[in-house]
Design a protein around this ligand. Structure first.
Ligand SMILES: Cc1ncc(C[n+]2csc(CCOP(=O)(O)OP(=O)(O)O)c2C)c(N)n1
Ligand SMILES: [Mg+2]
Length: 330
């Protein structure tokens, strides 16, 4: 784990991979910032848990996955969907409750799923993505389809019984399963030091014989380096692996939480090692890109979002009657 903005060796990661990681970080950042505006305009119903500050984890992890691999996500899941290839237009439409959304507008922020493309879904139940992911990994082992499943979980999720049960099962069966614990150091307003004695969560994986690592979750490149190796080991039958990615959110638990319990100096520290700053630095140090070239990537992301928003607003809003009919079909 670093924490400092260290210089990295030139060309040690392919430029296209570095660009992809940065584009994903930028895409998620913009999606969340604009989504918060939509929420404040009253256009999004229900909750919205921003992923601001944590983008480096989804971007770094998913850059190591293949398109057909599976992910299972959390209540803070927009970034995971985008990083695993979801189209921004279907995401915005889902947030706005429109028919062209990923789940026809029936799911909203906390329930975006795209099973065909390996997204087993965001999840409002803390810790519930772990058994889902283990099930998918077991299926892959039985079918022999060569897929790896990553479950994104949380520091809060490690105190749910599903954490140990899932990781232990994955371990005894050597499943192609990577458990990424996003340790943003809070569960709502409870600091991790009040939720567990040992705040180094990766040790819990080690305690049950699972290869486990702790990475700087604000550094998308470190996340990519460690998780892509883990994913490849799992693909060769050497799983499971646990990764604890340490990070900090930029604001409160959800859009309406002012986050008054988050000390200013810690917030400033983490904003100083933000994944956007880290991603830009990596593109300059490792691939020799200029600020102008990196700004052009951001501009493409902004343009893509504008188109997505237009698309979503033009899509029909789901009615209560439609929803009733849909729900009765189950
Ligand atoms: C099983 C379960 N218990 C309680 C809740 C209520 N709840 C919603 S979010 C949350 C804590 C979230 O903290 P963490 O799991 O660390 O995720 P983060 O919000 O930090 O990403 C809780 C307790 C829930 N959704 N599911
Ligand atoms: Mg947390």
């Amino acid at each position: 784990m670093g924490g400092e903005l260290m210089a990295r060796k030139k060309n040690s990661i392919d430029t296209e991979v570095l660009k992809k990681i940065y584009r994903t970080v930028s895409r998620i950042r913009h999606f969340e910032e604009q989504g918060i505006k939509l929420y404040r305009q009253g256009l999004i119903k229900g909750y919205f848990h921003p992923y601001l500050g944590q983008e480096g984890i989804a971007a770094g992890v998913c850059a190591g996955l293949l398109p057909g691999d599976n992910i299972a996500s959390t209540h803070r899941g927009h970034g995971h969907c985008i990083a695993h290839g979801a189209e921004v237009k279907g995401m915005v439409a889902e947030l706005l409750g429109r028919r062209d959304g990923y789940c026809k507008g029936y799911g909203g922020s906390m329930h975006i799923a795209d099973i065909q493309n390996g997204n087993l879904g965001a999840n409002g139940i803390v810790g519930a993505g772990s058994p889902l992911g283990v099930g998918a990994a077991l299926a892959s082992q039985i079918i022999g389809d060569g897929k790896v499943t990553v479950t994104f979980s949380t520091d809060g999720g490690t105190n749910n019984g599903t954490f140990l049960e899932s990781l232990n099962m994955a371990a005894i069966w050597n499943l192609p399963f990577v458990l990424v614990v996003e340790n943003n150091q809070y569960a709502v307003s409870t600091p991790i030091s009040e939720a567990t004695r040992d705040t180094e969560l990766y040790k819990r994986g080690e305690a049950i014989g699972v290869e486990s690592h702790r990475v700087d979750g604000n550094d998308p490149i470190e996340v990519y380096e460690v998780t892509s190796r883990a994913i490849e080991k799992c693909r060769k039958g050497e799983g499971p692996i646990m990764i604890e990615a340490v990070t900090y959110r930029h604001a409160g638990h959800h859009v309406n939480d002012p986050g008054a319990y988050m000390p200013e100096d810690r917030l400033e520290y983490y904003k100083g090692i933000d994944p956007i700053i880290r991603g830009r630095k990596a593109l300059k140090d490792m691939a020799g890109l200029s600020d102008t070239e990196i700004d052009a990537i951001d501009q493409e992301v902004y343009d893509e979002y504008e188109e997505a928003l237009e698309f979503a607003k033009a899509s029909g809003e789901v009615t209560a009657e439609e929803f009733h009919e849909f729900a009765m079909g189950y």
